[in-house]
Design a protein around this ligand. Sequence first.
Ligand SMILES: NC(=O)CCC(=O)C(=O)O
Length: 265
Amino acid sequence: MRVSLLQLSVDSTETAGDRRLRAAAKVRERAGDDLVVLPELWTAGAWAYDDWERDAEGLDGPTADVMSAAARAAGVWVHAGSIVERDADGTKYNTALLFDREGSLRGHYRKIHRYGFDTGEAVAMGGGSDIVTVPTEFGGLGLAICYDLRFPELFRGLLDAGAELIVVPAAWPAARLAHLELLVRARAVEEQVFLLACVAAGAHGGVQQAGHSMVVDPWGTVVAEAGDHEETVTADVDMAEVARIRSELPVLRDRVLGIPAPALR
Ligand SMILES: NC(=O)CCC(=O)C(=O)O
């Protein structure tokens, strides 16, 4: 299986519409790949909070249209990163979209853990409530977004729902790159899955983005990694490695379920 991570530069100097067209052209160039992935909130900018209202869209909005058409034209699965979704009630969500080779929307995931403490997502967006693992020709494909990486219980939930590959679009600040590298590898080792993290580059909302998109195997080895500028990272992934590593080091069999949870403090 050949995967490509489109590490886009998300800069305030470019409009969402122009970036959408540029990203679609890059997806079309990836004909021959199996899965192409984009970063978190790459249209509006994950840190450009003031632009979210203007750039919010539906699950059938301009980003979905363009990405569905690009997936169909290239004949690849496209994980279109995430969009600022506005639902029928006007609530906004940070929502990941997954299209198949025919351009059909096969899954979407509303980010459960909202970043920002008393700002940004934490106040401007609703939180998702559903754990989403989508059955695909590659195996179970789990969906999570950026800050979710800090919450291992979500990843255990994705595993229990059948994930063998987890895709994480992100817009991570360069100042915390060390956390990103550690968390991505930890989640891959812990769940014994391939983990694809597609991270924005560039700067917007006054925050320099980390880049360093990564493909990590179920052993925790970084198979491919980008630098800190816009670039496309491509890797060949052997999904049979998941079963091989799970059988060679069967730690998941040793889970003890039903340990009583202490009261939350
Ligand atoms: N976009 C995000 O979710 C940012 C997360 C982050 O900066 C962190 O966890 O640190």
